[in-house]
Design a protein. Structure first.
Length: 180
């Protein structure tokens, strides 16, 4: 049986936000990246086999003026959507219910390394202690408000540092593993 892991790869501002007060992401480009380095994303992404994201993240990605960025199954957590728009039916599907049941169904479909994306989705997974690794890239900008990466937890959660590196002489990318 494959080892099951739920993984996060996300950027945050120095003050811990993943989107500004208006849901904007323009600040993600605060550090010039003239060579368009992927900053570890491609390697991370290749190590996953499916994605779970919240409705807000799904709608944000659908609004990008680029092609659909994923070639893996996408499961959209939503209590309000019944289905995804017709143009995305082959790319994503809505799931609902308790996270443990959703994950069990995803695992039954053969997916074991799940990329978890979206602020409230990550927070829900953390509340239920369902995140195994977090890769967080901190961008040196203070947003002063917006969508926080982390929220309240029922109890303290200990992590161990796996790796930390400086990117583009400006950002710090840190990977943590959940201590179990």
């Amino acid at each position: 049986m494959k080892i099951r892991k739920n993984l996060v790869f996300i950027a945050q501002s120095l003050d811990g936000y993943i989107a500004d007060r208006n849901g904007g992401l323009e600040w993600l480009n605060a550090v010039p990246n003239p060579d368009q380095q992927d900053l570890g994303y491609e390697s991370f992404y290749q190590g996953t086999d499916a994605l779970v994201m919240g409705r807000n993240t799904f709608e944000t990605v659908c609004g990008f003026e680029t092609d659909w960025p994923y070639d893996k199954p996408v499961f959209v957590l939503s209590s309000t959507l019944d289905s995804v728009p017709e143009s995305f039916r082959e790319k994503a599907k809505v799931v609902r219910g308790p996270l443990s049941a959703i994950l069990e169904a995803i695992h039954r479909e053969g997916y074991s390394r799940i990329y978890v994306d979206g602020g409230s989705t990550i927070q829900q997974f953390l509340k239920e202690d369902l995140i195994d690794e977090l890769t967080v890239t901190t961008i040196p900008v203070l947003l002063g408000g917006g969508t926080p990466l982390f929220g309240e937890l029922p109890e303290k959660m200990e992590l161990e540092l796996v790796e930390s590196r400086v990117l583009l002489n400006a950002m710090v990318q840190t990977r943590y593993r959940r201590k179990r």
